[in-house]
Design a protein around this ligand. Structure first.
Ligand SMILES: [Zn+2]
Length: 295
């Protein structure tokens, strides 16, 4: 199984269009200290013929254009066999609207996320232009399913999250999931968990995994308080640093470990920062767009 990180940034990307912080300035200037990153998405390919997309970011068209594996294999013949959504956040599902060009699409989402997107949401009707254009499949919790014809098996496990800002309803256990992936016929698993409010519910899966792509949104709990009044926990992202952070909570795991879904405010983006040095000293990598992982 091969994973390609198509986008390693949280919502907004790096640089973010309206942000003039030091890191976004460095990214715009082409500094090697802060590499630009697009929004969170991963391509996964196994021994089968199709390729799976884990989330469809608003940058999906750019991400596909620069990833040869995802280029069409013939006239109007995309290799993308299925898209799996881990929640209904816009940075994870807006890209579906860019995949509307007369192309059949299979989308997996939990029943709650599927209802949020499909019911009463006029724009998503653009994926229903012809019979069979989009096939929505319910992503069950805690049950492994085959991801189309990719040869990859995926199991969604509930992760502490939140209801997206644009959705008005009570929270559900189906709002946010982590994905446990493995190649059909092999035992080694990869955990993809890029929105995680608390580490503990996922600890067992991560301890058993060979690789983890983990929520690297914020380094500090109060990183964006001055910008928008919210703490990391309010946005269902456990911070990396601090006594309750993921760096401390996941110390000692043996999996290959990669922080991704990194917000433009997070100092680990700066290759010369003390925070980057701290995560690397603890055995973590910081994801970049285009990073490939054999799992
Ligand atoms: Zn910024």
């Amino acid at each position: 199984m091969k994973l390609c990180i198509l986008g390693a940034a949280a919502g907004g990307g790096v640089p973010q269009w309206n942000c003039g912080c030091g890191q976004c300035i460095l990214a715009r200037a082409g500094s090697p200290r802060v590499r630009p990153r697009t929004q969170d998405s991963v391509a996964v390919r196994g021994p089968g013929s199709g390729i799976g997309l884990l989330n469809a970011s608003p940058d999906v068209a750019v991400q596909m254009a620069r990833t040869e594996d995802l280029w069409p294999r013939g006239a109007r013949q995309s290799p993308v066999a299925a898209v799996v959504l881990t929640n209904g956040d816009l940075d994870h599902c807006l890209g579906l609207l860019s995949l509307r060009e007369w192309q059949p699409l299979v989308v997996y989402a939990t029943a709650a996320v599927r209802r949020d997107l499909c019911e009463g949401n006029a724009m998503f009707r653009t994926l229903e232009r012809f019979p069979g254009q989009s096939t929505w499949r319910t992503l069950p919790l805690d049950r492994e399913i085959a991801l189309g014809d990719t040869g990859v098996l995926v199991r969604a496990v509930p992760a502490p999250g939140k209801v997206p800002v644009h959705v008005r309803r009570a929270p559900s256990v189906e709002d946010n999931v982590a994905l446990v992936l493995r190649e059909d016929g092999r035992r080694a698993t990869t955990v993809y968990a890029t929105a995680v409010g608390r580490v503990d519910p996922l600890r067992g899966e991560i301890e058993r995994a060979a690789c983890v792509l983990f929520d690297g949104t914020f380094y500090r709990a109060d990183e964006i308080v001055a910008l928008c009044g919210a703490r990391a926990e309010d946005m269902a992202h456990v911070p990396i640093g601090g006594p309750g952070g993921s760096l401390a909570a996941l110390a000692g795991i043996s999996a290959r470990r990669v922080y991704t879904h990194v917000n433009n405010t997070n100092p680990i983006l700066d290759a010369e920062s003390a925070e980057r040095a701290a995560v690397e000293a603890a055995g973590w990598q910081v994801a970049e767009d285009g990073m490939e992982i054999a799992a």
